[in-house]
Design a protein around this ligand. Structure first.
Ligand SMILES: NC(=O)c1ccc[n+]([C@@H]2O[C@H](COP(=O)([O-])OP(=O)(O)OC[C@H]3O[C@@H](n4cnc5c(N)ncnc54)[C@H](OP(=O)(O)O)[C@@H]3O)[C@@H](O)[C@H]2O)c1
Length: 162
């Protein structure tokens, strides 16, 4: 119907080259949404049909300013980069990558009136903590141990949300 509400949204996917982000971008585009994938400059990425690509580092505020404008929603599939898939492998990203990126992002989203944000967290964070089995909860505690500086630091989230 001309002039009626849109049946699709303009969505920006952060971390679109990652395991979750690739699916999010593909599935959103398949459902008829207009998708922009934010991908780092050197990361190989072939966008699914209909997905626009913007290149850059999510910690660069100027980039976020440029790409956030005009979208209805942002979906963050950002994750910390490690030298291998092991949870204890050398951390290549700043440990506070996601919190820094989301802090900047929400400020910029407010400036541009972009009101919808979805962020993938991790099993064991917040209210999902008690759904994790005892060994998994223990593993998360160990991973957040201060003696392991390359481990993800979930302590703030765990204590705040638990
Ligand atoms: N995989 C799971 O089963 C699972 C389950 C539950 C929750 N999660 C959570 O979901 C999130 C994503 O998981 P994943 O497995 O999809 O992670 P992943 O495959 O490692 O993807 C992480 C994404 O973040 C991007 N990224 C990292 N640093 C960036 C930067 N500075 N600027 C722009 N992009 C950057 C990566 O880009 P590059 O490709 O350039 O490195 C990649 O696209 C994580 O927070 C994870 O904890 C995952």
């Amino acid at each position: 119907m001309a002039g009626g509400p849109r049946s699709y949204i303009l969505v920006l996917v952060l971390g679109a080259s990652g395991g979750c982000g690739r699916w999010v971008a593909r599935l959103a585009a398949q459902r008829g949404h207009e998708v922009t994938a934010l991908v780092r400059p050197k990361t190989p990425y072939t966008p699914p049909s209909g997905v626009q690509v913007q290149r850059g580092d999510v910690l660069h505020a100027e980039l976020l300013q440029r790409v956030v404008a005009g979208h209805d929603a942002v979906i963050s599939c950002l994750g910390l980069k490690r030298s291998s898939r092991s949870l204890w492998a050398k951390l290549l990203s700043p440990p506070d990558l996601v919190s820094r990126a989301i802090r900047q992002l929400t400020t910029i989203m407010s400036e541009y009136g972009v009101r919808r944000l979805v962020v993938i967290s991790a099993a064991g964070v917040g209210s999902s903590r008690m759904k994790a089995s005892w060994p998994v909860r223990r593993l998360i505690r160990l991973a957040a141990c201060p003696s392991n500086p390359s481990a993800p630091d979930f302590r703030g989230w765990l204590s705040r949300k638990a």
